[in-house]
Design a protein around this ligand. Structure first.
Ligand code: GLY
Length: 584
């Protein structure tokens, strides 16, 4: 979701906190800020939650046909590629976390894009050494080798129960028969229309007579339907067959780097999830090359035993603490996180409760510290804590089946409509994931994140991500599954939803609806959701020295929470158009 800078103060901000929530309910037309707290869908059996009603329906259809959470998730993810083409698709990649109820095990799959073999660390610098961010964001040079098809197939091969072609079927039908363009898709196409117009294959899909498709139009994607049909028969077609040849030839014709050899070499990677305790729960999330799990656990550790509930939800003391905790995590992210197959990532130290306890001491309860004061851990600190043996525009979908297996998946083509190009003849919108590398030290990416050597471009390397698909267990049983899109804001969105449920006892609907804050160390601003916080809170944060930046809603989270009665409650973010639904 694109973020729009909004006026620093709004008339609504003068309302008291509870009055401002009532105001939200009355002013349902206020967008893109949250419109209201959604009611969760409830089910005592199973649940699918995704960013689009048709994608949720595809997943539910699989559960009704006797499929499990993986069957539901794969069908949902492929449907997202059709109905939410700006956010994610088979031209991108992602991460999935799977919880098997019978064994209690959690497994992680990395199907993120990789840099092509011809990529190099200076590929986005001009002859004078100046970084050229537009090259890592737009056009064929921005594209990483896509992993979605290989990833979904690997998940299905290992855990799925229905035939592969059955889980591909709903997306193929949606692409072939078309579907009604929603307001949200209309806004997304309009927002990228200039870029899409420059690529004939993209323009043919998303523009009509040179004009962006509008809400109410039918979007049919025959090329994508053909590609999905080929994948339904043989998923390897994407990597070694006709689809691979079409992608490679489109790359060659347009100055891209991806070759048939790059596609053939692509492999998804099973990884150990990163898990750690928070209160009585075990929180499991995505390890590097996502930074999500490391910094989610780091922030939970930094909060530690602090009694967040005592002052009350969204009390300025609690919000200040959250902002200071976020700064420490994102300072460490910029310095230390990268692809673990290329650089040593100090996961143990960064997720160590002892390290967090030491860093907590720095936080001043009444003063916001500047970025210069908040340092990444130095080598000596990392060494000290790594030796302690301690327990240790994107989319998200969450599926729980009748056996309480859970699948939490975040996947993406990065920016809205990725690189803004469609591989001719395939209908595949290609990602611009190369921008998630640090194209030069200190040069911010699309999300304003900076990085250094650990996340420099290299052939075959995976760009650092913030995607944070997460599963929380209590006594080895599922307690909640959650995730969100939102680039750099993903980790803090997931953090706040987890706290809303586990600390503040909110149901799934309130937890994903609640207003959010975000700090990422640099830039030195505390993002605060417009209409979400009353003036007394705003004043109290400013008095501590926070530079506030009011923004419309960000993220498009969803969550499934197991309630005290054992029933599932699922909710899709009211900031988007998603839905939650059980199979009966
Ligand atoms: N493309 C955004 C992320 O992976 O964090």
């Amino acid at each position: 979701m694109s973020l729009k800078l909004l006026p620093r103060r709004s008339p609504l901000a003068k309302l008291s906190h509870s009055a401002s929530i009532i105001g939200l309910l009355l002013l349902g037309s206020v967008t893109p800020a949250i419109a209201a707290f959604v009611q969760p869908a409830r089910s005592d059996l199973d649940m699918v939650v995704s960013a689009h009603p048709l994608a949720t329906a595809a997943g539910v259809a699989m559960l009704r046909q006797g499929g499990n959470a993986v069957d539901g998730a794969v069908a949902t993810a492929l449907a997202i590629a059709v109905v939410e083409p700006f956010s994610a698709g088979i031209g991108g990649g992602g991460f999935a976390l799977w919880h098997e109820a019978e064994t209690g095990e959690v497994t992680a799959l990395d199907f993120r894009e990789r840099a092509p073999a011809a990529a190099g660390r200076d590929m986005y610098l001009d002859v004078t050494g100046e970084p050229q961010s537009q090259l890592s964001r737009n056009g064929h040079l921005a594209v990483g080798v896509p992993g979605t098809v290989a990833g979904l197939y690997a998940l299905h091969q290992r855990y799925g129960e229905l035939p592969w072609n059955r889980v591909v079927q709903p997306s193929r039908v949606m692409a072939s028969q078309g579907f009604v363009v929603s307001d949200r898709l209309e806004r997304a196409i309009a927002g990228s229309a200039e870029r899409l117009a420059q690529n004939p294959a993209a323009a043919a899909v998303f523009l009509s007579g040179g004009n962006p498709l509008q809400a109410g139009d039918i979007l049919r994607q025959p090329d994508l339907a053909k590609t999905l049909s080929q994948i339904a028969v043989d998923p390897n077609d994407f990597y070694e067959g006709e689809t691979a040849a079409a992608i490679a030839s489109d790359m060659q014709a347009n100055g891209g780097l991806i070759t048939q050899a790059d596609l053939k070499a692509y492999k998804p990677i099973w990884r150990d999830p990163i898990c750690g305790p928070f209160r009585q729960y075990e929180v499991c999330s995505m390890p590097p090359p996502s930074s999500g799990g490391v910094h989610l656990l780091q922030m939970l550790n930094l909060l530690g035993d602090t009694d967040l509930a005592a002052p009350g939800w969204h009390h300025p003391d609690g919000l200040h603490l959250l902002a200071e905790v976020m700064k420490i995590a994102y300072a460490d992210r910029a310095e230390h996180l990268g692809d673990p197959d290329f650089v040593e990532v100090p996961v143990a130290a960064l997720t160590s409760p002892a390290y967090a306890a030491a860093r907590r001491e720095e936080i001043e309860p009444q003063r916001a510290r500047s970025a210069a004061e908040v340092k990444a851990a130095d080598a000596e600190t990392l060494e000290r804590y790594s030796n302690l043996k301690e327990s240790n525009d994107t989319t998200h979908l969450t599926v729980v089946d009748g056996d309480r297996n859970a699948l939490s998946m975040t996947y993406t083509i990065n920016g809205s409509f990725g690189a803004g190009v469609v591989a001719a003849g395939t209908g595949i919108v290609l990602n611009n994931e190369m921008d998630d590398f640090s194209i030069a030290p200190g040069t911010p990416n699309l999300y304003g994140l900076v990085g250094g050597e650990a996340n420099a471009v290299a052939p075959g390397k995976t760009p650092l991500s913030s995607m944070t698909p997460t599963i929380v267990l209590e006594d080895d049983q599922l307690r909640m599954a959650v995730g969100s899109p939102g680039g750099s804001t993903i980790i803090t969105t997931v953090l706040q939803i987890i706290l809303n449920v586990l600390v503040y006892d909110m149901d799934a609907g309130a937890a994903v609806s609640a207003p959010r804050i975000h700090h990422q160390w640099l830039p030195e601003t505390l993002r605060i959701e417009q209409y979400g916080f009353d003036q007394l809170t705003v004043d109290a944060l400013e008095a501590r020295g926070h530079q506030l930046q009011f923004r419309g809603g960000w993220g498009d989270a969803n969550a499934i929470v197991v309630g005290p009665d054992g029933k599932l409650a699922g909710a899709a973010d009211p900031r988007g158009e998603g839905t939650a639904q059980g199979s009966h």
